[in-house]
Write a protein of this length. Sequence first.
Length: 84
Amino acid sequence: MTGRERRGLAQAVECCGVRLQADWYRAYDALAAPRPARPTVLRHRLQVLSARLCWHLYWSRQDVVVPAVRQELRRQGRALERQR
């Protein structure tokens, strides 16, 4: 695999992580609303998304250990969620 291919794969993995984070925020916000519709479904969705985020390839990167990098993923996820 060339360096260019590795960078492309890393960007794809990060983009997927940002989308997962945005979906997590969407589910969390829906569950936090007063009297949410189908709260059990929302809780289950939040648990599934949390597990996917926890085990995502994004976290296997060495530079992700830094808290600022984790915070940046959350910031990008929130920005993406607000765009939708």
